[in-house]
Design a protein around this ligand. Structure first.
Ligand code: RB5
Length: 145
């Protein structure tokens, strides 16, 4: 898969480890995030990644900030984005199966690196179930009009 990754200054270390993990799994990763702890603005990174994912430039996105919340809120303002913050694997699996989330988000101040890798794996391994879930996902995007 081609995966866009984005992060703010709270999470360059976790981003690097997740990129390494994704590459070990055989994925192509495009880095939209920052690589230092110098203060930056997570809305800009979330929006840039969201625009690229919504435009189909990648199969999905992964966003990391301190909590995963701010950067996902920004991404969710972009039409076509379904970004979901996950702190454990059950939610990470279900946001793909039921919500067809096209961006996974988590917080470097909330989860440790091993949990973060498990969250990523659960999300990437899951498949959207469609059917009644597609009707509901379509309803979400109707709200954008
Ligand atoms: C940055 O300090 C922090 O506010 C940010 O990473 C994130 O947690 C916001 O939601």
């Amino acid at each position: 898969m081609k995966i866009i990754i984005g992060n703010d200054h709270a999470s360059p270390d976790m981003k690097r480890e997740i990129v390494k993990y994704l590459e070990e799994l055989g994925h192509e990763v495009v880095n939209f995030g920052v690589d230092t702890t110098e203060s930056c603005n997570y809305p800009e990174i979330g929006a840039k990644a969201g625009r690229a994912v919504a435009a189909g430039e990648a199969d999905c996105g992964i966003l990391i900030c301190g909590t995963g919340v701010g950067i996902s809120l920004a991404a969710n303002k972009i039409k076509g984005v379904r970004a979901a913050v996950c702190s454990e694997t059950t939610t990470a699996r279900l946001v793909k199966q039921h919500n067809n989330a096209n961006i996974l988000a988590f917080g470097s101040r909330i989860v440790g690196i091993e949990t973060a890798k498990d969250i990523v794996k659960a999300y990437l391994d899951a498949e959207f179930e469609g059917g009644r879930h597609k009707i509901r996902v379509d309803m979400i995007h109707e709200l954008e009009k």
